[in-house]
Design a protein. Structure first.
Length: 405
């Protein structure tokens, strides 16, 4: 039932909240109906009336809209459009994508920033101990010598050698290894859904003390692609300051954060010498104008790396054209030919949640007694689960954190 006797929400904020993530009226109706029985679905006609100020929603409708718009319910009662802590600045975003990200990507990026902001407040307000071994370095030349210096430094810091690959059974094992090693440096690594073809990841420093990385769980190259994205965003954490960084394309002429991050990720994962050995095994150590995707797959699989890594390395080694990676990347995003997941059975809901928020945040939340010290509504919102499910998850998560040391 709607009320028209009292104006209690700001219709201009209601319109702003929807448009800030690129949703149409029809999108809101569709997404609200997918939220489940706890929320009241919103019809296009209702939303039109609320946004025009001719009618007012009930609280249960505002709760549904807050979920869809990834914002607090309190926003709708403000007299003016709010200024968010860190707006989506899209530093590093390709010019052709400015203001064109699809709603799923917009929603996920807002959730990423909200979760990072909430985590930062949790640490500081609860006076929790949280240390990171990293400090951003903003002055970069971006040349190959600087890349090599960073690679050697970070391989040593993370403990990676070519022998480590022998411990992995598949690319999922490899991704888990890299993620845990990076989180051990005090980085928060989240894994959420972004629209394929929009962006593959993002990163941000909060207060120059708390580094956060987002990796697209729907990466077109599954786990192998997520490893490349993780290392790419890790490079931004090492070299960037405040502000959200997202998107990346191929190698481009000149210096800058994007070419540097691509080179860094590729070289962290694979040395030229290792690729040369693999090329010799296949009898392909020569310049090729058109490396086929099948051949790239033959090269990458035993090395647990993505096609990105092979393509960038071939280009750097002058075994492929100078625009090879850009050309290939554009084709891969258009075709969406890759699989979405690894082998094994379907993960449980607890496993999915741990995969989303990572070990760093889980370690903070899963300490004994923490669930009693934090508002249940906060935990429910952060974890995206019903209040009654939280103790079970945190108990299970404690065992997982303990198992990973």
């Amino acid at each position: 039932m709607e009320t028209t006797t009292t104006t209690w929400i700001n219709s201009s904020v209601l319109r702003w909240a929807r448009k800030r993530i690129g949703l149409s009226l029809e999108d809101v109706q569709k997404q609200s109906k997918k939220l489940g029985s706890y929320y009241s679905p919103v019809e296009v006609r209702q939303l039109q009336q609320w946004e025009s100020g001719s009618s007012q929603p009930e609280l249960e409708h505002l709760e549904a809209l807050a979920e869809v718009y990834v914002c607090p319910v309190g926003y709708f009662f403000l007299k003016e459009i709010p200024k968010e802590t860190i707006p989506l600045s899209f530093r590093g975003l390709s010019p052709e994508k400015q203001d064109k990200l699809k709603p799923l990507s917009q929603q996920t990026l807002h959730r990423f920033l909200d979760l990072a902001d909430w985590t930062t407040l949790l640490i500081e307000e609860e006076k929790l101990e949280w240390n990171t071994t990293l400090r951003p370095k903003t002055q970069l030349r971006g040349d190959i010598n600087e890349v090599e210096s960073f690679v050697q430094q970070e391989r040593k810091r993370l403990g990676f050698t070519s022998d480590v690959r022998k411990e992995w059974a598949d690319a999922d094992d490899a991704f888990a290894w890299w993620r845990i090693r990076i989180e051990e440096q005090g980085v928060f690594c989240f894994q959420m859904k972004l629209e394929i073809g929009d962006i593959r990841g993002a990163s941000v420093w909060f207060k120059s003390r708390y580094p956060f990385i987002l990796v697209n769980h729907q990466d077109v190259e599954s786990a192998a692609g997520r490893i490349f994205t993780l290392l790419h965003e890790y490079a931004h954490i090492l070299t960037g300051g405040e502000g959200l960084v997202c998107d990346f394309r191929g190698l481009q002429p000149g210096s800058g954060p994007e070419p540097f991050a691509n080179r860094f990720a590729a070289r962290m994962l694979l040395s030229f010498e290792e690729l040369q050995r693999r090329l010799r095994e296949l009898g392909k150590l020569e310049y090729n104008q058109r490396w086929s995707d099948n051949l790239l797959d033959d090269l990458r699989r035993p090395l647990f790396v993505s096609r990105d890594v092979i393509a960038i390395a071939l280009q750097e080694m002058n075994l492929a054209p100078s625009n090879f990676y850009n050309t290939k990347r554009a084709l891969w995003e258009k075709r969406k030919l890759f699989g979405r997941g690894g082998g094994g059975g379907r993960p449980t809901n607890n496993e999915l949640k741990l995969r989303e928020i990572g070990y760093s945040l889980t370690r903070l939340l899963a300490k004994p007694g923490r669930e009693r010290a934090l508002p249940a509504d906060d935990l429910s919102s952060v974890l995206g689960m019903k209040v009654e499910k939280i103790p079970e998850f945190l108990s299970w998560a404690q065992s997982q954190v303990h198992a990973k040391g």
